[in-house]
Design a protein around this ligand. Structure first.
Ligand code: AMP
Ligand code: ZN
Ligand code: ZN
Length: 316
């Protein structure tokens, strides 16, 4: 058993990549302080910002909400019911964890809940089936819907920043995928902080992007946060999981691999070692007003327009 580096009590976690073992209290303090430093370094937000935290009911986003409130930021929550059932009431149960967590917060902290099927008449799996490729495409459709809805709510309710709970395992896997296919445009845009673009995209921040999944899980457990442990049933077999497996195996033999991969990438960006991606000129979607690179309708509105969907089926 290792001893806590700070107080010599028994440690609860040993982070090999940092050569750091900490007790419960010092681990919680460490997570919060490192998060604050990361927020400042990437100029994510200030105390007078109104933050909307997208909470899925999982460990990362619920921990994030707790950390931001503890650090004194103004942070309300948004849960999007995507209508994923898949025989296990996935969305319904995820939402229950979020509601339960929100009940214990101070009354001036709000939780917004939206139901995609109530608003658009279709659940996310139903929207995904509009596209050829059905189940395989559901993760990308789901991502599209979530980004669109988060951004819409932030704009309509006047939030200045959107925060999500992406952790290092998520970010390193995305980075790995983008490097494998040398997706220059995505590489340029992958960042723990994306500024507002002036055409309707709210500033976005990922304050936990430098923590391993194991660390956010430990934080949630130590802080007695009850969270949805199951992965989304549609993510089974997703490419992102296979990328994570490869990175995990490297991390096992060489602790710190993921962190180093991600930090080297951020440093390269800071030093302009990446090519400037050709970012398409953004304009407003004719229907919903959100920023889009395409003329006419944005990807979300095109998805929901049956005539367009039908013609697209013929094309791809
Ligand atoms: P995922 O795309 O499922 O890996 O989730 C990444 C982040 O997106 C989470 O940490 C949340 O911040 C946010 N998120 C995912 N699903 C939802 C949801 N149903 N409602 C609100 N936020 C979500
Ligand atoms: Zn200690
Ligand atoms: Zn649109």
């Amino acid at each position: 058993m290792h001893r806590c580096r700070r107080c010599a009590a028994d440690s609860v976690i040993n982070m090999r990549q940092h050569r750091l073992a900490l007790c419960e209290a010092h681990f919680v303090e460490w997570i919060e302080q490192i998060t604050l430093r990361f927020i400042k370094k990437h100029r994510m937000f200030e105390p007078d910002d109104r933050i909307l935290v997208a909470v899925s009911g999982g460990k990362d986003s619920l921990s994030l909400w707790r950390i931001l409130l503890k650090l004194g930021f103004q942070a309300d929550g948004l849960y999007m019911d995507l209508g994923i059932d898949a025989g296990c009431s996935y969305s319904k149960r995820s939402g229950e964890y979020v509601e339960k967590f929100a009940q214990n917060l101070s009354p001036n902290v709000k939780l917004h809940v939206l139901d995609v099927a109530d608003i658009y008449g279709k659940t996310v799996p139903e929207m995904a089936s509009l596209r050829r490729g059905g189940k395989k495409k559901s993760c990308s459709v789901c991502g599209l819907v979530k980004r669109h809805e988060m951004n819409r709510v932030a704009r309509e309710l006047g939030y200045t920043v959107l925060a999500t709970g992406h952790n290092l395992d998520d970010e390193a896997a995305v980075l790995f995928g983008n490097v494998l296919h040398w997706e220059a445009e995505y590489l340029v845009r992958q960042s723990p902080m994306l500024p507002a673009d002036g055409v309707g995209l709210t500033k976005r921040a990922k304050p936990l992007a430098r923590f391993y999944e194991r660390e956010t899980a430990a934080y949630a457990i130590i802080c007695n946060i009850e969270y949805m442990q199951e992965e989304c049933p549609f993510s089974v077999g997703a490419t992102s999981l296979r990328l994570k497996e490869v990175l995990n195996s490297m991390e096992n033999s060489s602790p710190g691999t993921k962190l180093q991969f991600y930090f080297s990438f951020l440093r390269a960006k800071e030093n302009s070692l990446l090519p400037e991606g050709q970012r398409p000129e953004l304009r407003s979607c004719e229907r919903c007003g959100q920023a889009t690179g395409a003329p006419g309708l944005c990807a979300f509105c095109r998805l929901l327009e049956p005539a367009r969907a039908a013609s697209r089926l013929g094309q791809d």
